[in-house]
Write a protein that binds this ligand. Structure first.
Ligand code: URA
Length: 160
């Protein structure tokens, strides 16, 4: 079983076309963080989304849309039994933990889903718009690596 599961928001246009999560621009950032940053292969982790269909125009899923998909998401997590879940952005955090507050305030603090540790952090699409937040994102991923007892095998690009 993959020790780490990343939960995003929902498929975008690229994901919808290809049928795989995080294969567009935000996906490239996430993949780079996993491979170059953490020294893992993409197939060493599991990546999924809160909603399984693309919201029109890439808008944030409405609460009822997220609710309609959560049984599917929860079943995925039950089967995967990850050590840690990374909630990418507010909709993922809300679907899993329902903690009130924005992601800027909640990120970096451990929450839980049915007894599994959840690390809320920024969504990769947010990092594309706000590169300065990458430092916090990276810190959160380091905490996840420490929690699952994995040691990074290669250095990140900036040598951090
Ligand atoms: N791609 C995904 O699969 N999910 C997101 O949340 C964003 C991009």
């Amino acid at each position: 079983n993959p020790p780490i599961v990343f939960v995003g928001e929902g498929p975008g246009a690229d994901e919808d076309r290809i049928g795989e999560p995080f294969v567009g621009k935000a996906g490239a950032l996430l993949t780079a963080a996993i491979t170059k940053g953490l020294g893992l292969r993409r197939e060493d982790v599991y990546i999924c989304n809160v909603v399984k269909c693309r919201p029109p125009g890439n808008r944030t899923p409405a609460p009822d849309e997220a609710k309609a998909c959560t049984p599917y998401l929860f079943r995925q997590l039950e089967l995967l039994q990850p050590k840690v879940i990374v909630a990418l952005g507010s909709p993922a955090q809300m679907a899993l933990c329902g903690e009130p507050g924005g992601i800027t305030r909640l990120r970096g603090k451990w929450l839980s889903w049915r007894g599994v540790r959840v690390m809320p952090t920024f969504h990769p699409a947010y990092l594309l718009r706000n590169p300065a937040a990458k430092r916090d994102f990276w810190e959160d991923l380091q905490a996840v690596m420490a929690e699952v007892g994995l040691v990074r095998k290669v250095k990140s690009e900036d040598g951090a």
